[in-house]
Design a protein around this ligand. Sequence first.
Ligand code: TXA
Ligand code: MG
Length: 344
Amino acid sequence: MCARRHSIITSFVATILKTGSDGVTADTVEAAARALRAGEAIALPTETVYGLAANAFDSHAIERIFNIKGRPAHNPVIVHVASLAMARACARSWPREADLLAQAFWPGPLTLVVPRGSRIPDAVAAGGETVGLRWPRHPIFQEIIEACGFPLAAPSANRSGQVSPTTAEHVQRSLGERINWIVDGGPAEIGIESTVLDLSVTPPRLLRPGMIDAASLKSVIGPLDSTAPPEGVLRSPGLLLKHYSPRARLLVWSRTSLASLANELEQSQMDACQVHFLCLNPSKPPFPFGRVTVMPHEPAAYAKALYAEWHRSDELGAQLIVMESVPDRPEWAGVQDRLRRAAA
Ligand code: TXA
Ligand code: MG
């Protein structure tokens, strides 16, 4: 007799842990904390983007983060805390500016780079003497840190070089084959990564713009260093020009010169279906784009939508994404930075 051979069905997807009602959330927090205590790296929601989290005090767990993401070892990861006391326990010294900024913006989308405390392994800091600390405001992330009792190192939960995830589904597509758990905390409220401010130098230096802008920081601690970083010194690999980019090529175009771009596209051999247009003004598009999306006019709403639109274009197989340029104003600095890097 010949038994029918069972095919081995291997699941290459992570389990998505739901949140919502109190009971479901409590079970999810417990399951997540259990995995983190066991040294696993799992995906968690934050208010900026989803993070790939692991015990910040455990160098093996940190190594897992780097392997899963394919992240170069020279790029340090941010450590997430759930109290000021926990932040201070990760720092060798605590500048006065850190207190002022924490009071003004924590919990929230601001990362402070301070001298690294002895419990933070080399791998977190990429061998450097500083550590980036952030107290995120997503309630689920906070509950999970509290349940663990240790801080969580977490870069964005995407393969290195890809666009950061703003939903559990984005994480599933990028890392689902490589991790066991994704906690679904809904779409990220802010949508682009935190502002990163280096407090280990005087005056402090803005390393990565975000939705907390330079003017807001200055109003709390005074002047920032706005000179270009010294040649050859990689202060923050997130400052590398090419970063945060979708698979499709990306062009930023101003409305006034859009007609000439449309001409160029018409001359090119490009399949119009594979050219997407993300604009600010709803008017008749100058080219038969495969997809036209009118983006929100307000910077916070725009930032919240941006990565989801890029993920969508990638899913639909876009070859080229044409972005209408955004206003040249301080409250758009975080968005402008992401457009510039993605188009580099
Ligand atoms: O909003 C965010 O910051 C998200 C969520 C998950 O918290 N995280 C995030 O992590 O964007 P990641 O690893 O994708 O980006 C962290 C950035 C990188 O550009 C890294 O180089 C920089 O912060 N960074 C981290 N620690 C640093 C340090 N000690 N000195 C200088 N730059 C640092
Ligand atoms: Mg990232």
